[in-house]
Design a binder for this molecule. Structure first.
Ligand code: ADP
Ligand code: MG
Length: 556
């Protein structure tokens, strides 16, 4: 074996070769090859040297999740092996186009030395170097350090065996367990036994034992975890626990949103799971907005995804009975509900998104920061937010111009904050539900609705991009409502357009989209469904406000 270290590469210029070796690549055929490891790539070239560019494979270390060295019983040969695990994006040849991540293992046999221990040592040196470099790729983005999970990471992985079509455990065994093992991410598997099991578990857990809590289920299980963390006396610290999401349910909206934010083309079901598994192995952290929700009784709830009333909430809950078809249950439910389209009566008001809040975003966005600088804690920002509220510089950002004619400012009242003395961040924009709205709120004049949908992430389901402009921590609730009078066919067109997020530009006269910081809904009909992150909550008056970047999420 020819072995050189830290030598400049005459061919690639800016990317010097740091390790060079000649190994046997183990694939369908065994071929001798020259292997170069640079800061960014693993370059494998067949020997004897083929003309430049031929028989050369360049593997980006950004796609690498792990690498290990090992020995095999090799008939008395002193060989050692090196296995590197990559998940490159591969173009799909189907008519839908796009690309998805696919696992590729690259194995090499090292036999240069007579001593098996020396070969293994050499393979271990390579494995370490590949792991370090692929780790550096994830830390350094555009010259800035990005926050990542600590190493080694102790991860609690909660799996709901009942979610989706009841296949979450099988999906875990087939895809996630091998992937995490290859990436060297130790984790403790916890299988939930009932509803609220995960919520109770994280409420009582000694969180100092865990570097991350990851759920494999639908959005409902993450809703439990977030609420469990925010019910703790030490909620300020608890909600800093990095959270991860692996789609195993029928409603995998956050997984679809995280995938969408990476800029990759749309994927579904197991391809989405592989993408999210890959991002989990990479372990980059971002901030995520949460929304606190006050109902007329009971403690506050915390939401990471959506609030729905009317058509969308009905479809979500009524489609439970089609759970066996997986994510397609929402399509079936939409068609059924369209056939018996209803009108929902109520009052809707909101506090428009403010300029103040968008400048604060400069501080919080992306968790991108110079190495080791401490970003302001969510608690200190929240304290500042409450001092500054209510925001007076309103930016009325409505898609539908008629909307501005049909809203009026609320009456002025002295501010008195709601929900004091409970865990979770203080309410800074909300008055108690029984009090009139502050003067800077906008009251929607219509009282007959088909749906109200408040989103803080891009996707409502794997194939529904309800808020195409939303980002993880924009500090904004993306409020959409559809007023009565829309035809069935127009509503169906809106949902079809939503697959690509095109509904907002569809010029539908009944659809209004606006960006807000807080909202209040007072339904008039005696019975109905309101959902928070797809879970049914008490029906009646409710209000909500956004808490920018309150949680931390493992993303790409
Ligand atoms: P899906 O997207 O398939 O609905 P969710 O993660 O939203 O999957 O889970 C659906 C519901 O199941 C949630 O309300 C969750 O609290 C509940 N749940 C969690 N674990 C279990 C379990 N072991 N048995 C039954 N229900 C559970
Ligand atoms: Mg958002």
């Amino acid at each position: 074996m020819d072995q050189r270290s830290a030598e400049p590469d005459p061919g690639t210029g800016s990317c010097p070769v740091t390790l060079y070796g000649e190994f046997t690549a183990i694939g369908p055929r065994k071929v001798r090859c020259a292997v170069n490891l640079t800061e960014k790539e693993l370059i494998v070239q067949r020997l004897p040297s083929a003309p430049a560019g031929r028989s050369k494979t360049v593997l980006s270390l950004e796609d690498c999740v792990g690498c290990r060295a090992h020995r095999e019983d090799d008939g008395g040969e002193p060989a050692a092996y090196l296995s590197a695990y990559f998940y490159p994006l591969r173009r799909r040849w189907r008519s839908s186009g796009g690309s998805r991540r696919q696992r590729v293992e690259h194995r090499f046999r090292l036999t240069a030395l007579q001593d098996p221990g020396a070969n293994l040592e050499e393979a271990e040196k390579w494995a370490r170097s590949i792991r370090e470099r692929s780790g550096r790729q994830r830390c350094l983005r555009d010259g800035l350090m990005v926050w990542e999970l600590s190493h080694p990471c102790r991860m609690m992985l909660l799996v709901n065996p009942q979610s989706g079509k009841g296949q979450a455990l099988t999906l875990y065994n087939n895809h996630i367990q091998p992937m995490l093992n290859e990436a060297g991410v130790p984790h403790t598997l916890v299988i939930t036994e009932r509803q609220n099991h995960a919520r109770e578990l994280v409420r009582e857990a000694d969180l100092s034992q865990w570097n991350a809590v990851v759920i494999m289920s639908g959005d409902g299980l993450l809703y439990e975890v977030i609420n469990g963390l925010l019910e703790r006396a030490d909620w300020e610290e608890a909600i800093q626990t990095p959270l991860g999401f692996l789609p195993g349910g029928s409603g995998n909206a956050l997984a679809a949103s995280i995938h969408h934010y990476t800029g990759a083309s749309q994927v579904f079901s197991e391809e989405l799971l592989i993408s999210c598994g890959f991002l989990l192995c990479k372990g980059l952290l971002s901030r995520m907005d949460l929304v606190s929700v006050q109902l007329s009784s009971g403690p506050r709830l915390f939401s990471f995804l959506s609030l729905a009333w009317g058509f969308v909430a009905d479809v979500d809950i009524e489609s439970e009975k089609y759970r066996h078809v997986g994510a397609a249950r929402f399509t079936v439910g939409t068609l059924v509900r369209l056939a018996s389209l209803r009108i929902y009566k109520g009052k809707l008001a909101y506090l428009p998104a403010s300029k103040d809040c968008s400048t604060e975003g400069g501080l919080r966005n992306n968790m991108t920061k110079q190495c080791n600088n401490q970003a302001p804690s969510p608690a200190s920002l929240l304290r500042r937010q409450s001092r500054d509220s209510p925001c007076q510089n309103t930016l009325h950002n409505s898609c539908h111009s008629n909307n501005s004619l049909k809203v009026r400012r609320a009456e002025s009242v002295p501010p008195r904050s709601a929900n004091k003395g409970h865990p979770g961040p203080p309410a800074s924009r909300l008055l108690p539900l029984d009090q009139p709205l502050p003067s800077d709120w906008v009251v929607v004049q219509e009282e007959d609705f088909v749906l109200m949908l408040a989103m803080y992430q891009s996707h409502l389901a794997e194939d529904l991009m309800a808020a195409p402009n939303a980002t993880l921590d924009d500090g904004v609730i993306h409020l959409t409502y559809v007023t009565a009078g829309i035809s069935r066919s127009a509503l169906l067109r809106l949902f079809l357009a939503m697959e690509k997020g095109a509904h907002l530009t569809s010029n539908c006269q009944h659809l209004v989209h606006t960006e807000v910081q807080a909202l209040r809904l007072e339904p008039n009909s005696p019975k109905g469904i309101i959902t928070v992150d797809g879970e049914v909550v008490e029906y009646g008056p409710m209000q909500a406000e956004v808490h920018r970047g309150l949680a931390r999420l493992i993303t790409g």
